[in-house]
Design a protein around this ligand. Structure first.
Ligand SMILES: Nc1ncnc2c1ncn2[C@@H]1O[C@H](COP(=O)(O)OP(=O)(O)O)[C@@H](O)[C@H]1O
Ligand SMILES: O=P(O)(O)O[C@H]1O[C@H](CO)[C@@H](O[C@H]2O[C@H](CO)[C@@H](O)[C@H](O)[C@H]2O)[C@H](O)[C@H]1O
Length: 499
């Protein structure tokens, strides 16, 4: 028993825009339709009075475009308090045994909060089950433990991750794109190649190509995944000793801000200043740079490299201008920096050197790396969520990732001072310190990257500057759509970059 499609669509219209992973907060929802619905628990022969688990793909129209989201829906007659947080709404259903004459009330909710139901995912992967169009997979040579309870991850993220007993982390891709997800593809290839900087993949779930029509409404032919299975979820080894790079960086920034302003307000702090402030991140930033160069080397070995003629650089610059056109229309505050950004893109277009492209991370930032007891581990090779599937899997220049991480140092430096209500003097002093923190860690990261065999960012300043601006423009659109309250963070750091 699940809500009739029209009832579910109505309930979702109010609930979806409140979800962190919903990527359309800047536009009104025009229409919602239910694509596939697959009962995962109790299954056709199961008991009728226990909680139910349904896997549902919904298509959401906003303006002329459709997006497809994956949901795990729980259905119960009685909602325990511990699940209220995920409640989507109540509905009236036919009684399962006696039918329409005896309606019963029920609740539908986000089942990621219900450990009683999410274990079905582990069971499915352990047994390599096939349920309707859903195919559960185990990584070759891996056994999947099933007696584990899940809790949803608390990290800042665009999808939803379930942590199973500190053993596995299973990421449910929320906004689906047809075809193999690059996160799975790259992680499998890098693990196979023995790369020490990625977690082991333990299993995954995909959607059979026959169900692809549920995902392709409104897409062009090139974006429809060409008969491949679509990745729905990926389960990896949980890095229990790990700390998120973002959390580490923010701790360091906090120490830096708290330290005596007379010293920290210098534009180029010394090692002694940093040591006295405590929580210095520069040594980690340098190690992170080195790990990044190693991952780039392994990606090049696993997927190959492509020499791009100089003409391609002009096309790349044109693409950056196009994104800027679009984002300036939706976020007018960006227009203030438009001239400086366009100049950087034009300078890029004038470069005459051929460039070596390869598979890269594609959305590299401090939230995508974890410091563990064995070193830095790189996560989430999914590419930027707002890009098309083709763009996410395309080769690119490795300094694009470097620029992404440089932007992340700028973000971390300004996250704590995004509050608009700070008195002007305080804001100015903190901005100076933010700049100093970012400059120190940017330098350390670039040094580590070049020393470990990566291209030296200092020798490719035009490229790095254009990539940084391009990323900043992307971020402004991302924040407007996903986390409007964060918009001041990239806007402020952009003001600095645009000088
Ligand atoms: N293998 C892992 N072990 C421990 N924590 C992880 C692991 N993978 C991801 N995380 C945590 O989950 C967060 C989000 O992961 P990520 O793959 O970036 O998700 P999303 O694509 O939804 O942003 C990371 O920042 C990290 O804190
Ligand atoms: O990690 P995702 O693949 O979901 O990436 C998206 O979300 C990120 C935020 O969760 C976003 O990153 C931006 O915010 C980060 C701080 O939360 C910051 O470290 C990054 O530098 C900044 O770009 C990312 O852009 C987006 O694609």
């Amino acid at each position: 028993m699940r809500p009739p499609d029209d009832v579910l669509a109505d309930l979702l219209a109010g609930w979806l825009p409140r979800q962190r992973w919903f990527a359309g907060k800047d536009r009104a929802i025009g229409e919602i339709s239910i694509g596939t619905a697959t009962e995962l628990h109790p299954g056709p022969a199961g008991a009728q009075d226990g909680p139910e688990l349904h896997h549902v793909i919904v298509a959401v129209r906003q303006g002329d475009g459709w997006d497809h989201y994956q949901l795990l829906l729980g259905v119960r007659h009685e909602m325990p308090d511990r699940l209220r947080y995920g409640e989507i709404g109540g509905f009236t259903a036919e009684h399962p045994d006696v039918g329409a004459d005896h309606p019963v009330s029920a609740h539908v909710y986000d089942a990621v909060y219900d450990a009683e139901l999410t274990r079905v995912l582990l069971d499915g992967m352990a047994a390599e089950s096939v349920v309707g169009p859903l195919r559960f997979r185990r990584a070759p040579g891996t056994e999947v433990e099933t007696e584990l309870e899940s809790v949803p991850g608390s990290a800042e993220q665009s999808n939803t991750s379930l942590i199973f007993g500190d053993v596995y982390i299973c990421k449910l891709f929320r906004r689906l794109a047809p075809g193999a997800n690059p996160d799975l593809e790259v992680n499998l290839a890098l693990s196979r190649a023995g790369c020490a900087h990625v977690p082991a993949v333990c299993g995954w779930i995909d959607l059979a190509p026959s169900a692809a029509p549920a995902l392709t409404s409104g897409l062009t032919e090139g974006e429809t995944g060409a008969g491949e299975p679509t990745t729905l979820a990926m389960m990896s080894q949980y890095l229990r000793s790990g700390t998120d790079g973002w959390d580490m960086a923010i701790t360091s920034v906090r120490d830096w801000f708290a330290y005596a302003p007379t010293v920290c307000d210098r534009q180029a702090p010394t090692d002694e200043d940093a040591a006295a402030a405590g929580g210095d991140f520069a040594a980690e930033a340098e190690r992170l740079g080195a790990a990044t160069a190693t991952v780039h080397r392994d990606l090049a070995a696993a997927f190959g490299v492509t020499e791009m003629p100089a003409g391609h650089v002009r096309e790349m610059a044109a693409g950056m201008h196009r994104q800027l056109d679009e984002v300036c229309r939706s976020v007018p505050a960006l227009s203030e920096h438009e001239t400086a950004i366009r100049e950087a893109f034009d300078e890029l277009a004038r470069l005459r050197t051929p460039l070596t492209f390869q598979r890269v991370h594609g959305d590299y930032h401090l939230g995508q790396v974890m410091r563990t007891d064995t070193g830095w581990i790189v996560l989430d090779f999914e590419g930027e969520p707002a890009r098309t599937p083709g763009e996410r899997r395309a080769v690119a220049h490795p300094l694009r990732d470097v620029a992404g991480m440089l932007r992340s140092f700028e973000y971390a430096a300004r996250y704590l001072i995004a509050d608009q209500s700070l008195p002007t003097d305080t804001a100015l002093s903190l901005e100076t310190r933010a700049h100093a923190w970012a400059a120190r860690n940017r330098d350390a990261f670039c040094h580590g990257y070049a020393a470990a065999g990566g291209l030296d960012p200092a020798e490719h300043a035009v490229l790095v500057r254009a990539f940084e601006f391009d990323k900043a423009v992307y971020e402004i659109r991302y924040e407007a759509r996903n986390r409007p309250s964060w918009l001041p963070v990239p806007l402020r750091s952009l003001a600095h970059l645009a000088g």
